[in-house]
Design a protein around this ligand. Sequence first.
Ligand code: MRU
Length: 358
Amino acid sequence: MRERLLAAERVTAIDWRKGTLRLLDQRLLPLEETWLSYETAEGVADAIRQMVVRGAPAIGIAAAYGLVLGLRARVAAGGDWRAALEDDFTVLAESRPTAVNLFWALNRMRDRLERLKPGEDPLPLLEAEAVAIHESDREANLTMAQLGVDLIRKHHGGPQKILTHCNTGALATGGFGTALGVLRAAHLEGLIERVYADETRPWLQGARLTAWELANEGVPVTLNVDAAAAHLMKTESITWVIVGADRITANGDVANKIGTYQLAVTAMHHGVRFMVVAPSSTIDMGLESGEDIPIEERDGRELLEIGGKRVAAEVEAFNPVFDVTPADLIDAIVTERGVVERPDTERMAQLMSRKRLH
Ligand code: MRU
């Protein structure tokens, strides 16, 4: 399976080469494939804020490379580079609030910095740490793809219709994707009759990114408005809803793209299974429950305008971009450390005491 997935890989969104970070501008997809280059931590923070790069694991990876760029500039400027680097940690950490992968990656970079021995050159060591964060995310996705497929097959061995939300593919991660990685692998195993992709208002990650990634690989995909999900579950014998996550708390609650919570409620009503796929870098054992997760609210213009043109009446808009699905609506959380069925505090703690499977 690993080799077949590697062979099917088409898309990447983050490219680190010769000390320059290049990001595929996801605001322009699928109409334009434009790569932008970054040389500063502040530039990378801005790219995260503006969603040039998006998706929980991908923003963590980009932030790690951003810190390397910051370090290079601080060392070149001379003086107390360690103190100056704190500004880069801050600007990157403030770029987006909900996905914990961002803070997880910055903490890993800080830990590496603190383990430097006297006289060691920090730049190659921190660069190696950022590359390791990137590569281990790809590896985690390959492991999760296999585990997710095993879980699908355990309940039903034939081709089936599966609903997904937002974009959790190669674009949102270090490669292959989380939930989308499972869908890719399931397609290779003959388990997909059709993927239904929610368009994912207002930013349209489903319409612009998920549909593009799946169609590029020949996976049968149909786009639907978010509000069609209940109707689809009732009329199309959907077997699974499979989504990613931006932060999972110690009790198994899951923050993910706005609209996920109502999908989980609807899935329970229709007897459709609900799977969350995310690497352990998305799990925040420091927060007891989803109530503690900061939920990003973005500019109301994302709702009020289309393509920069006002389409709504002159009213205020409420634009929270994530919501929290309670653990008791989730059948399984798939991570690279293993699968937790019917997640709760005890099972999450057991999972986090295990090592990665690969
Ligand atoms: O606002 P975004 O596009 O950065 O949202 C994050 C996501 O991509 C999703 O919520 C996703 O389901 C989890 S990240 C693989």
